[in-house]
Design a protein around this ligand. Structure first.
Ligand SMILES: CC(C)(COP(=O)(O)OP(=O)(O)OC[C@H]1O[C@@H](n2cnc3c(N)ncnc32)[C@H](O)[C@@H]1OP(=O)(O)O)[C@@H](O)C(=O)NCCC(=O)NCCS
Length: 327
């Protein structure tokens, strides 16, 4: 166990793409080895690829942080080694700028000396200097060390989100009386309401998600056709056989995303999700089988767990969104 050293802020400096990319990739790999998934490995491969691109490495310095994203942030150098890293990602969404803090990592030989705290404080200072009010980050629910670190600095927990993933297959049987059809235009107002409830802005900073893109309006459809965008939507209903109009239980949507798995976006209510998801998930999985990719769903922690498990999904992780407001 190394003896704690007094912290010197002079160890903190801006990341320099000309020399830091490879040591940063190595540090992230060392620090996150236990939890690195396929997307994480792809991310590291991209950093290493960027490091090997002399044109990029020559072009980036001096272009500003927005051009440099996601290769921007602060590092901690000590004893001639890069032993700490923090990435800063400016994001414009919902009509305002926020920053995301990511990849906070300190080499195991240098932990509990206040390095992560100092890097985070420096990042918050950066955010204030750029007149941005809010910083967000995500931390795994089993990472007590990092959670305490952020909490002690003033970050506040806002939500917990689980990622469920299933291999390319379709396992569960819908409950009797629930029918799945392609989405109808009349389903959109409820779908939009449920999407806004299930995926509020505060939980999608780092995602390409935009509910408006799913609108069935002809202008939106035309725009997608012109862009070659693909989407599929299915609705689940029950009743409607002489017992009054059928009740919409939920809608599920797919559009291609970069990354290891296909993403599905669920729109349903807490009252109906346990009927809607067992019908919608296998239907969407069956339609996506030819793509031979795993399927994942981001969902509020603790909700519809048995529906996901029964459909062959397993819990990949639960991430806590934390917010810091600069005043
Ligand atoms: C989490 C991590 C970045 C902390 O780095 P660090 O430089 O050791 O942290 P600091 O010394 O600045 O600790 C600041 C505070 O965090 C908390 N903390 C840090 N490590 C802790 C641990 N192992 N157990 C409990 N609390 C811990 C404490 O509140 C600590 O304050 P204290 O030392 O006064 O008690 C480091 O352990 C790491 O790289 N972990 C692997 C990668 C990771 O999980 N990153 C976070 C992703 S969200």
């Amino acid at each position: 166990m190394p003896t704690p050293l007094p912290v010197k802020t002079s160890h903190v400096r801006l990341l320099d793409v000309r020399r830091d990319l490879l040591p940063v990739a190595d540090l992230i790999e060392t620090c996150f080895s236990a939890t690195l998934d396929q997307d994480g490995r792809d991310y590291l491969r991209h950093i290493r690829k960027a490091a090997a691109d002399p044109a990029l490495v020559r072009w980036l310095p001096g272009r500003g942080e927005r051009a440099s994203t996601p290769l921007f942030g602060y590092v901690w150098e000590q004893d001639g080694r890069l032993v700490g890293n923090l990435s800063l990602i400016p994001i414009y969404k919902g009509g305002r700028w926020v920053y995301m803090i990511a990849n906070v990592a300190v080499h195991p030989d240098y932990r509990r000396r206040g390095i992560a705290r100092e890097l985070t404080l420096r990042a918050l200072e950066h955010i204030r200097q750029h007149r941005v009010q809010t910083a967000w980050l995500q931390v795994r629910d089993d990472n007590a060390a990092a959670y305490h670190l952020y909490q002690s600095i003033g970050f506040i927990e806002r939500s917990r989100r689980s990622t469920w993933m299933a291999p390319p297959s379709a396992q569960c049987d819908p409950l009797p009386g629930v029918q799945v059809t392609p989405r109808r235009a009349e389903d959109w107002p409820l779908q939009l309401k449920w999407l806004n409830e299930l995926y509020p802005l505060e939980t999608t900073w780092n995602m390409s998600f935009n509910a408006a893109r799913f609108s069935p309006h002809w202008l939106n459809q035309l725009w997608q056709w012109l862009n070659g965008d693909q989407q599929m939507h299915w609705s689940a209903r029950k009743g409607g056989n002489g017992s009054g109009p059928a009740q919409l239980l939920g809608v599920i949507s797919w559009e291609p995303v970069r990354g290891y798995s296909d993403m599905l976006w669920a729109a349903t209510s807490p009252e109906d999700e346990n009927e809607a998801l067992p019908a919608l998930l296998p239907h969407a999985q069956r339609a996506l089988l030819p793509r031979r990719r795993p399927v994942s769903v981001n969902y509020p922690y603790g909700r519809a767990m048995s529906a996901f498990l029964d459909c062959g999904f397993s819990l990949q992780n639960t991430l806590i969104w934390m917010e810091y407001r600069c005043n």
